[in-house]
Ligand binder design. Structure first.
Ligand code: ZN
Length: 192
């Protein structure tokens, strides 16, 4: 496993890749699982809760996610009380060729962020519930209806595979504000 560099929108070459449409995966084999492992390690290192392969420059339709939402053990609250407990809640998820089969009319607004748009957050409105399909890490087809943060993250990552960033859902003014913020953040990271 290896931590890869995450592409960011302030870099013109990176942005050109982030705008590309990723290609379906023919089979979930060891090569795809190795990509998933690199993506997961990169995401945990960042840290973030979701990552699409295109964000590390690989144009395959692969997504990893960890919302830290593994079921609580007996006697534990929903909110982890310690770092060890939080680590036990780790719940890595893997998606190949994800798709949305149905979306609710009801919408849900969430303050989204993105590892390719560091330190910029803004409210995005998306369908509150979606019925989705994908291949899991073993290559089995899964269909499920999801909601809440899981649904937000799934739709955000699926957008990435179609060359769409969350700021593309915002007004021109807010997109420009995001670009300016990211430039500033990346300059200060380079100076550090
Ligand atoms: Zn993102």
């Amino acid at each position: 496993m290896a931590v890869k560099r995450i592409l960011t929108i302030d870099n013109t070459a990176d942005l050109a890749i982030l705008k590309q449409v990723s290609t379906p995966v023919a089979a979930v084999d060891d090569d795809v699982r190795a990509l998933m492992d690199d993506m997961l390690e990169t995401m945990y290192d960042a840290p973030g809760i979701g990552l699409a392969a295109v964000q590390i420059g690989d144009l395959r339709r692969v997504v990893v996610m960890d919302l830290g939402d593994a079921p609580a053990a007996e006697g534990e609250d929903d909110e982890p009380a310690s770092e060890e407990e939080a680590a036990r809640r780790a719940n890595p998820r893997f998606f190949v060729n994800p798709e949305v089969l149905w979306a609710s009319d009801e919408l849900y607004t969430y303050e989204e962020g993105c590892l390719s748009i560091p330190e910029y957050f803004d409210a995005v409105e998306r369908p509150a519930r979606v019925r989705v399909a994908y291949l899991n890490r073993e290559g089995e087809r899964v269909e499920e209806e999801i909601s809440g943060l899981y649904a937000v993250c799934f739709q955000h990552e699926l957008d990435h595979l179609n060359g769409v960033l969350f700021i593309d859902h915002l007004s021109r003014l807010r997109r420009d504000r995001a670009a300016a913020k990211v430039k500033k953040v990346m300059r200060s990271r380079e100076a550090a």
